[in-house]
Every structure is written in structure tokens, then in C-alpha cells.
Design a protein around this ligand. Structure first.
Ligand code: GLU
Length: 478
């Protein structure tokens, strides 16, 4: 039996987004299901204008941060060059063999003609498809036009028969000859296209399974035709359903797709991200929650997920990207880390927190993580503990009376402060907002944040009084 070899083949023309990350994850999971499986990173950089080394680096960094390390790739060595830009000699060789048996032909059609053709087809309600005008040009005409300096593209002559392939998620798929025209294999400028290069790479890199988005299904039909012509075996295909936005549009920058990096910069954990991505067409949250809780880190979670991964459980219907679900996993993730670990991370992120008594800070962490569920959120929410706000003192008519009540609280802790605040508020007939809002503003300089009694307990009696503008000196005024 051959070992499983999967690949993730991003085009380095942008950052890694949700869709790409999920494709990478599923390919990783399938490969890691077996001890000898290999997950390969190939860089599809045939589009020289749009491909940028910084995007390649960025995609690699993001994959690594997610724990999706590859076994072979441009930076890892292995048996092949792993960037398409380094593989031109391979494509040329295949192209020459196809040229020899007339499987590709030069096409001189102008962009204007092709545009007009597409428009006519759209008006007639037909799928866009090259009509084959240049397929049977005479050798003499071809030579004459090339001699004149025209630069044709080269099209692959699709077979005049139905193309069949099996998809692990969709079942058997077939494409009639009328549905797909002759595709461009090599552009006028000599650059090969993705449709042409990808199956060649997959073949030489011995890729056994191709998992990618279902928007590639028509490309698969073209690529399968190419494999058939070359007499190369087909890999196993699995096209995963497209992720939709909340309003059921294709997920794009415009409809809310967010680069994975931004989620990580916002403090979402790799574990939470992987768990969330896996629920987009695959695991059910219930099943996942068990292995999530059992795993000590992102890597362990990934390997546990790999053990469960199978195409049978991949849904055919499109999942909807919902950040609320991502946040759910992040909350689970921070809960699982435990207060102690979060405490140390917090002190590392903001060393000034180190001056607070650990048990006080830990209590606040415990009570606040469900609302401030990332390290940056938590750091920000607790910053008033170590930074005095630049706001005017509490000027409400009840301010002085409150400071006296607070001065009389016996054991200064969150429970006693909470009780004092509540009974004061009730006694004065104040509504929650009328009371807590100005108080929070004076004490923290913020409109919202961690529970006020906890913050006050952590600030201590004196500091609280100072911030309220009625510190000891004020109180001692006649
Ligand atoms: N470079 C292609 C893309 O980013 C790869 C598609 C494939 O997996 O074949 O869409």
C-alpha cells in the first residue's frame, strides 16, 4: 500500500484566510492519520506578477503558528523543487510531449474576441467555453503568424467524450464535452497556467489525495482530461464545500473573511482556531469538545483530530463562517489553560501586574475570562489596576456619602465591597446604571470592564478612595 501524501498548494498572492487554512488543516489531518503519511507544502507561484515572497513567508508562518507543519516544502528540502517557479523545466518537458502528439495547439484569438464570445454565451444562458476556432488552423497559417511575431497561447485539446472522476465527498462526477472548452495550458507570454502545472506537480510529487475547495471541481475535470491524455493515474479527489458568509455569500474579504493572522494577533489561540476550522464541514462540536478538553496543546489536538478524520464525516453542504463559534472555542481554550497559566501570561504581557497580590489578580482572572477571553482583552480590561485614569473625580451628589461608606467597610475584599455598593445603591434609590457608570468611569477611566467590586478589591481601599477623588486627604477636610 502506498503511503498517503497530501499537499497544500497556496498561491502566494495574499495572506492565509479561513478557507485556505481549513484546506491546509484537512490535508494535514488526512496525512497524519497514518504514521508514514506526508503533508507537503507546494507554492503555486506561476502568477509572477501577483506572487510575492512576503506572502509566501507569511503563509508559512501562519501555518506553523497553527501547528500545521509540513514534511516537505520549499524550506525543508525533499526530493523536488517545491515552488512552481522552480519547475519550469518539468512543465516544458510535458508540454513538448503534448505538442508532439497534437494535444495542445496554438490559439491566436484576441482578448476582444474571447470577451465577445463570453458575452454571447452569457446572453444565451450558456456556460463560458472556448469555441475551438483555432483548433484546426493549417500548419502554414500557424507558422506564418508566428513568423510575423504573433504570440499565441497554447490550449489543451479536450477530448470529445465525457470526463468522469470520483470525488470522495460528492460521489461520481461527470462532465460532458460541451460543458468544458479547450483550456489555456501556456499563456502567450510563455507562462504555464495553474490548471496545467498543478496535475503535473501532483503526479511527480506522488500526491495520493487532493483535498481542495469545491470551486475547483471544473478545474478537476480539465486536469483529469490532461491526466488521461498522459496516461497518468488519477489521485483521490475530495472537494470540500465552500465556506459561506453569514448572508450566505461566497466568503471573501468583502463578506467578512479575515486573515488567520489577524485572529492570532487578536489573541485567539491556535487550538481554538484549529478546532473551529475543523467544524467547518467536518466534526461535530460535541465530538470535538471531548478531544479538545483532553489535549494539552494545539499539536496534541491536531493529532487527535487526525485519528478521527475521514471523508465519510465531511458534509456536502456549505458551512457558514460564524465568529461566535470561533469565540466559543477560544473561551474553552482559555478556560482549559487554567488561571495559573493565564496569570503568568498576563504578568509577562504587562509586568506591572506583578505588583498585585497573585491571589487577587487570579480571582479577577477567574471572574473575567468569560467576558475577556483573550490575553490582549484581559490585559486591556485589567490595565486600570496599574494605570490611574485621567478623569475628573466623582462629582455625583452621592460621592461623599459613598466614600464614607467605603471607608467603613471592614474587611476590604470583593464580597464586602460588593455588598457595600449594592446596599448603598439601594438605600439611595439609584438605578444600576446611574450608580455604576460614573463610579466605573472615575475609578477606571472606562465605560466598561471587569467586575467593579473585583477591581476595587484589587485596587485597595486607599487607591479606590484616591481615584474617586475622596482619598484620605479629602476625607480629613473639615
Ligand atoms: N493554488 C491553487 C489555489 O490556491 C491550488 C488549488 C489546488 O489545490 O489545486 O487555489
Amino acid at each position: 500500500m502506498t503511503n498517503i501524501r497530501t499537499r497544500f498548494a497556496p498561491s502566494p498572492t495574499g495572506l492565509l484566510h479561513i478557507g485556505g487554512a481549513r484546506t491546509a488543516l484537512f490535508n494535514f489531518l488526512l496525512a497524519k492519520k497514518e504514521p508514514d503519511g506526508a503533508f507537503i507544502l507546494r507554492v503555486d507561484d506561476t502568477d509572477m506578477e501577483r506572487s510575492k515572497p512576503e506572502y509566501e513567508r507569511g503563509i508559512m508562518e501562519d501555518l506553523r503558528s497553527l501547528g500545521l507543519d509540513w514534511d516537505e516544502g520549499p524550506d525543508k528540502g525533499g526530493d523536488y523543487p517545491y515552488r512552481q517557479s522552480e519547475r519550469a523545466h518539468i512543465y516544458n518537458e510535458v508540454f513538448d510531449s503534448l505538442r508532439k502528439n497534437a494535444s495542445v495547439y496554438p490559439c491566436f484569438c484576441s482578448e476582444e474576441r474571447l470577451d465577445a464570445l463570453r458575452k454571447d454565451q452569457a446572453a444565451a444562458g450558456a456556460a463560458p467555453r472556448y469555441d475551438g476556432l483555432c483548433r484546426h488552423l493549417a500548419r502554414t497559417e500557424i507558422d506564418a503568424r508566428i513568423a510575423k511575431g504573433e504570440k499565441p497561447c497554447w490550449r489543451f485539446a479536450m477530448p470529445d467524450k465525457t470526463i468522469l472522476f470520483h470525488d470522495e465527498i460528492r460521489g461520481d462526477l461527470s462532465f460532458s464535452p460541451e460543458s468544458i472548452g479547450d483550456f489555456v495550458a501556456v499563456r502567450g507570454d510563455g507562462c504555464p497556467t495553474y490548471i496545467f502545472t498543478s496535475p503535473i506537480d501532483d503526479h511527480y510529487m506522488k500526491i495520493t489525495h487532493i483535498i481542495r475547495g469545491d470551486e475547483h471541481i471544473p478545474n478537476t475535470a480539465r486536469q483529469q482530461a490532461l491526466l488521461d491524455r498522459l496516461d497518468w493515474p488519477a489521485p483521490v479527489y475530495a472537494h470540500i464545500p465552500m465556506i459561506l458568509s453569514q448572508d450566505r455569500q461566497k466568503l471573501s474579504k468583502r463578506t467578512g473573511s479575515v486573515p488567520i493572522r489577524r485572529y492570532m494577533d487578536d489573541g485567539l489561540s491556535p487550538e481554538a482556531l484549529s478546532a473551529y476550522l475543523s467544524t467547518l464541514s467536518w466534526t461535530s462540536p460535541e465530538l470535538l469538545l471531548n478531544i479538545f478538553k483532553e489535549s494539552r496543546d494545539a499539536r496534541e489536538l491536531l493529532l487527535k483530530m487526525a485519528g478521527l478524520f475521514s471523508f465519510e464525516n465531511v458534509s456536502r453542504s456549505s458551512p457558514v463562517h460564524d465568529e461566535a463559534h470561533l469565540i466559543y472555542w477560544q473561551k474553552e481554550s482559555i478556560k482549559k489553560q487554567g488561571t495559573d497559566k493565564v496569570y503568568w501570561q498576563l504578568v509577562k504581557a504587562e509586568p506591572r501586574f506583578g505588583v498585585l497580590p497573585p491571589e487577587v489578580l487570579e480571582k479577577i482572572i477567574d471572574e473575567s475570562v468569560s467576558e475577556f477571553y483573550t490575553l490582549p482583552m484581559l490585559t486591556d480590561a485589567l490595565l486600570p489596576l496599574v494605570e490611574r485614569p485621567l478623569v475628573p473625580r466623582l462629582s455625583e451628589p452621592w460621592a461623599e456619602a459613598l466614600s464614607e461608606v467605603l471607608a467603613g467597610v471592614e474587611h476590604w475584599n470583593s464580597e464586602s465591597v460588593n455588598n457595600a455598593l449594592r446596599s448603598f445603591m439601594k438605600g439611595r434609590g439609584l438605578k444600576g446604571k446611574e450608580f455604576f457608570h460614573p463610579l466605573r468611569l472615575a475609578l477606571t477611566g472606562r465605560e466598561s470592564g471587569a467586575p467593579l467590586p473585583l477591581l476595587m478589591a484589587a485596587l485597595g481601599r486607599e487607591e479606590t478612595a484616591k481615584r474617586a477623588g475622596h482619598g484620605k486627604t479629602d476625607l480629613s477636610r473639615p
